[in-house]
Design a protein around this ligand. Structure first.
Ligand code: G6P
Length: 367
């Protein structure tokens, strides 16, 4: 049995377990000799792996958000076209069958009915179909041709936290792996490995924001609407941050690509609607900043998740949560941590049942 070990809720315990669950996800999977990731269970021939020219990622819920990060990672690092499909849609679609398409089903539980059906449909059409899964021996792990286990340990909180970051870590390693089979140099591979090795400590450092996040949560806990805005690698982070808040606090929240909000969600902005901005250093920082200014100009409060040392942001945002500086491809793994904590503290503040939110189940085994 899994105990609370002094934590008030499983969700908080699982948020704090992330340095360890990430370590477990990477254990034995990073090879300095070949500057690549190593997976024992893909069960595909070297020829099949080299022939992959299209990857389809399918999932539901939080796992679908991990797949979205995977799309950015695999396209950027491995230059393979990726599509992300809701499993409930993919199972009833009839996508053209092309040689060289590889399917990954991402599922924490390995039991989600729609994800299982999508996997079966793709297998039937002859695509190699792999699972990225936490629960060993689950139905999807069993039916897939092979795959990767997360080794995150049991996740009790209905709102997924550590399984999500482990899925994103596995997507990062898969991007490295497919990159190294194609154009990525030894040196580039080695650089990614060095960054990945630092990840557990960086997440540990990120968890130090907890007190600050609790204070900010109390300030905004009475809002009825939240926007979560980010771009590129952190657009999926915005989706996942919004989902966490919705799931456990019952506050309406929308995740959106920061620039796209001017085509609709900006109409929601007023002094009672906070926007959470993901502001990592990197290519689109200035662009996100001008999106932030558009919100401020309309009187909306802004909570920014920004890199330590960012002085500019403090001038504009109402509240800033500072996180460690990382390369852009790792920023989704860092930036989601304060958003998990924000959802948690807002929900606790509102007296919600954090570990067992109403109407939700840990795994949805019916269609
Ligand atoms: C349920 C859970 C979510 C989860 C989704 C997919 O809706 O409440 O937390 O993300 O199912 O679950 P899976 O086990 O396939 O990752």
């Amino acid at each position: 049995d899994v105990g609370l070990e002094g934590f008030p809720h499983y969700m908080l315990k699982e948020i704090y377990e992330q340095p360890d669950s990430l370590t477990a996800a990477m254990r034995g999977r990073l090879s300095d000799v070949d500057a690549t990731a190593v997976f024992g269970g893909l069960n595909l021939t070297p020829q099949q792996l080299r022939n992959v020219n299209r990857i389809v990622l399918t999932a539901c819920g939080t796992s679908w958000h991990a797949a979205m990060v995977g799309e950015y990672l695999i396209e950027e690092l491995a230059r393979i076209p990726v599509e992300v499909e809701y499993a409930s849609e993919l199972r009833y679609r009839n996508p053209p069958v092309e040689q060289g398409t590889l399917l990954f089903a991402l599922t924490q539980s390995g039991e989600t009915a729609d994800t299982l059906a999508a996997l079966r449909e793709m297998k039937r059409k002859g695509h190699p179909s792999l699972a990225i899964c936490n629960v060993v021996g689950s139905t999807i792990a069993h039916e897939a041709d092979g795959g990767v286990y997360l080794h995150a340990g049991p996740e009790i909180g209905v709102a997924s936290t550590k399984a999500y970051t482990s899925q994103v870590a596995v997507m990062t390693m898969l991007a490295l792996y497919f990159g190294r089979l194609r154009h990525l140099s030894y040196e580039a591979g080695q650089r990614i490995i060095t960054q990945l090795r630092k990840l557990p400590d960086l997440v540990r450092e990120t968890l130090e924001v907890n007190g600050e996040v609790r204070r900010i949560a109390a300030k905004y806990a009475h809002a009825n609407n939240f926007l979560y805005l980010g771009r590129q690698f952190n657009f999926p982070t915005a989706l996942e941050g919004a989902l966490k808040l919705k799931e456990i606090s019952y506050i309406h929240a929308e995740g959106y690509p920061a620039a796209e909000m001017k085509h609709g969600p900006i109409a929601l902005v007023d002094q009672h609607t906070p926007s959470v901005f993901l502001m990592p250093q990197g290519g689109v920082y200035d662009k996100v900043m001008s999106n932030l200014e558009e919100i401020k100009a309309r009187g909306g409060p802004v909570i920014a998740i920004a890199a330590k040392g960012d002085k500019e942001i403090a001038r504009l945002a109402d509240d800033v949560i500072y996180v460690p500086v990382v390369e852009e491809f790792l920023s989704p793994l860092i930036n989601i941590v304060p958003l998990q904590l924000l959802a948690y503290h807002v929900a606790v503040h509102r007296g919600c049942d954090v570990d067992k939110p109403r109407n939700l189940a840990k795994s949805v085994t019916v269609e």
